[in-house]
Design a protein around this ligand. Structure first.
Ligand code: SF4
Ligand code: F3S
Length: 106
């Protein structure tokens, strides 16, 4: 499966969701996740993300391993999102900021 990681937090550009052939993105207030039971590993979402937040689960950076379980858990909690939405107004200011987990709103 593919996993949405830290760079997405507070950026939430949603470019990724429209290309997914199986609607496995689920959206929260300032972050998205991928449902690992639905993802078919097609990888088409990866180049769509302007902040390179999407990784295959076996390539998730060592300091972001907890995002694998976060995607699994929050995909059961949040609704499917398959249409682009406006990003947060300050999304640009959060690009390149690392370790944004503490701002992830559930
Ligand atoms: Fe959807 Fe394919 Fe990305 Fe999985 S890898 S989330 S199936 S676009
Ligand atoms: Fe997040 Fe990138 Fe999609 S910022 S919403 S993973 S396009």
């Amino acid at each position: 499966t593919y996993v949405v990681t830290d760079p997405c937090v507070r950026c939430r550009y949603t470019d990724c969701v429209e290309v997914c052939p199986v609607d496995c993105f689920h959206g929260g207030p300032n972050f998205l996740v991928i449902d690992p039971l639905e993802c078919i590993d097609c990888a088409v979402c990866v180049p769509e993300c302007p902040v390179d937040a999407i990784y295959p689960d076996d390539e998730v950076p060592a300091d972001q391993q907890d995002y694998i379980a976060l995607n699994e858990r929050l995909s059961r909690q949040w609704p499917v999102i398959n249409r682009r939405e406006d990003p947060p107004p300050d999304a640009g200011e959060w690009e390149g900021v690392s370790d944004k987990r503490r701002w992830l709103e559930e």
